[in-house]
Design a protein around this ligand. Structure first.
Ligand SMILES: [Zn+2]
Length: 300
């Protein structure tokens, strides 16, 4: 048991170091903004696609946001009128309609039960549009029965009935591939299967076009020019990675960055994330942090 204890201690240390680093980047950004610098580097309104995974009270799990924190975050988005739908994002990127001010798209990955049980009532209460990227093979199953799924969680996936309920409430269900595997390491034929099969099944069950995709894991190792070509050929018009950053008009719609919302952070950090205070984290994401990240940390 000693090794477990040591692992926990290292995990906790890493948790606190990362939280401190995120606060430092956010704080530096606030100082720069207060000095009036940085404005000149922005061109037009920015959009930030926020990434969530699960909802609940798992301590020290960055992939799990508590109901209380999510409630506070969605209330703030409603008050600031900054949340936009997937359709608005599509219009923004194709240049058919601009954004009035900095905006936020709420995205949720993987398709766990807590999206329905915990997040949905909060999204409905505040009228916030959202996108849910589901791993289609897992729908209705328990990931503990799929040791190769690449993700670790102790809750089951959503069922088709629950997905229908989410859709009816305004959550747009889109593809997070067929299995939860890195497309960056697959043959073109396998990528094609992941992209096309997930899309076809979602479309037949939901009765509408599915046009958006989120790369499993989404690090620089998980998408390539070749995967982009396959997604394009399969009919996807938007694809999201897990690379940190804001989306701007003119960006490649098939490799869009996002901003991860982590568990254990207060509303002040959330406002900073939504308003670009952590845009500088893209540097950390690209260069330093991946060297130390645990394998599942890159999940999206
Ligand atoms: Zn994922």
């Amino acid at each position: 048991m000693q090794s477990n204890h040591a692992a926990t201690t290292v995990g906790e240390l890493r948790w606190y170091v990362k939280k401190a680093a995120r606060r430092a980047v956010s704080g530096m950004s606030a100082i720069v903004r207060s000095l009036g610098a940085g404005r000149s580097s922005s061109s037009g309104c920015a959009l930030r696609a926020l990434t969530y995974h699960r909802f609940g009270d798992l301590r020290h799990d960055p992939f799990c946001v508590s109901a209380e924190a999510f409630e506070e975050q969605m209330a703030w988005l409603a008050e600031s009128r900054s949340a936009v739908s997937l359709d608005r994002v599509q219009d923004h990127l194709s240049g058919t309609a601009g954004l009035d001010h900095d905006s936020v798209l709420v995205t949720i990955d993987d398709g766990y039960r807590s999206v329905h049980d915990t997040a949905l009532p909060i999204l409905k209460r505040h009228g916030i549009p959202a996108v849910l990227f589901v791993t289609v093979q897992g729908i209705g199953s328990d990931p503990s029965n799929q040791p190769d799924s690449g993700i670790v969680a102790d809750e089951r996936y959503l069922t088709w009935d629950e997905l229908a309920g989410l859709e009816a409430a305004g959550v747009s269900v889109q593809s997070h591939a067929w299995t939860h595997s890195s497309l960056g390491r697959m043959s073109a034929a396998k990528v094609q299967e992941e992209a096309a099969r997930s899309r076809e099944i979602l479309e037949s069950r939901l009765g509408r076009a599915v046009t958006a995709f989120a790369y499993p894991f989404g690090t620089r190792a998980d998408y390539t020019a070749a995967t982009r070509e396959v997604l394009d050929r399969c009919g996807y018009t938007l694809a999201f990675t897990s690379q940190h950053g804001a989306i701007r008009s003119g960006d490649d719609p098939l490799s869009l960055p996002r901003v991860k919302v982590e568990g254990g952070e207060g509303i002040r950090m959330f406002r900073s994330l939504a308003q670009g205070g952590l845009d500088g984290w893209a540097f950390v994401d690209r260069t330093l942090w991946r060297l130390q990240a645990a394998p599942h940390e890159a999940d999206a």
